[in-house]
Every structure is written in C-alpha cells, then in structure tokens.
Design a protein around this ligand. Structure first.
Ligand code: ABT
Ligand code: MG
Length: 139
C-alpha cells in the first residue's frame, strides 16, 4: 500500500480543555507524520458544508453550534493506509464505544463532543485538506 494522507481536526472541546499537545503526541507516536498544521475557527457556513450529509438529522443544529464555538486545530497526516489507520487510532464516534488506547477513549466526553475528526475516505481527505490548506502549506 502506498503512503498516503488523511485530514484531522482537534475539535473545540479538546482545544478548550488544553488537549492539543496530548492529542498531537498520540498522533505522532502512532507513526503519523504531520505535513500541515494550523489553529483556525470554522464559520457557521464552513460547519454546515462540512457536515452537510447530516443536515436533516435532529442533532445538526447542536453539531454546527459546537464546531463553531471556538478554535480547532486542522492538520494533514501522512502514513501508509492513512485514512483507515487514523480512524482506528481515533476510535468509535461515541466515546462510550471507543476501544482502549484510542484518542476518543482518552479525550472525548460524548458523541456530540468527541474531541477529534478523521476523514472517512481518501476522496473526503483530499477535499477537506484542500479546503483548509494551500499547496504551499502542505509539506
Ligand atoms: P466526525 O469525525 O465528526 O465526522 O465524526 P465521525 O465520522 O466519527 O461520526 P459521524 B457519523 O460523521 O458524526 C458526525 C458528527 O455528528 C455527531 N453525532 C453523530 C451526534 O452528535 N449524534 C449522533 O447521533 C451522530 C450519529 C458526532 C460527530 N461530531 N462530533 N463531535
Ligand atoms: Mg464523519
């Protein structure tokens, strides 16, 4: 399998609690290389577009409110089989179901505030990365 890339965000809940360093440590210790990195904040339009697939769900309003309430860390990560390997490292969407040793097990508080995002496909990784980073910001 060729080395490839995924996109991640450390979400507002984890940034607020001071977990940027702890989460980045887990990511690099798991063998991911950080190839782009920034602190930024999503607008309402950004969050609505990012989670458009969930727009009809009852939790959509709260989800957009949550994702826009403070800064996030956006990053692009490189590793063999990056998308799948990173979804394994972050753990289940609901931290109550997340395996031991995963980022969500350690840092997430609820399904609605689950500390970290990981792209769910190579196609979405490319779209999400291009949204946040210019070519010259990707190494
Ligand atoms: P993301 O990385 O945020 O996309 O999460 P993940 O892919 O693990 O899970 P999905 B299904 O994409 O959830 C998107 C966000 O919606 C929240 N959510 C989801 C709820 O609040 N209630 C629900 O019942 C479901 C299914 C979790 C995710 N955001 N956060 N935090
Ligand atoms: Mg998702």
């Amino acid at each position: 399998m060729a080395t490839n890339r995924t996109f991640t965000m450390i979400k507002p809940d984890a940034v607020e609690k001071g977990h940027i360093g702890g989460i980045l440590s887990m990511i690099t210790e798991a063998g991911f290389r950080i190839v782009a990195l920034k602190l930024t904040q999503l607008t309402k339009a950004d969050a609505e577009a990012f989670y458009a697939v969930h727009s009809a769900r009852p939790f959509f309003g709260e989800l957009v409110e949550f994702m826009t309430r403070g800064p996030i860390v956006a990053a692009i990560l490189e590793k063999e089989n990056a998308v799948e390997e990173f979804r394994t490292l972050i753990g289940a969407t609901n931290p109550a179901d997340a395996a031991e040793g995963t980022i969500r097990k350690k840092y997430a508080t609820s399904v609605g505030e689950n500390a970290v995002h990981g792209s769910d496909s190579d196609e979405n990784a490319a779209i999400e990365s291009a949204f946040h980073f210019a070519g010259r910001e990707q190494f």
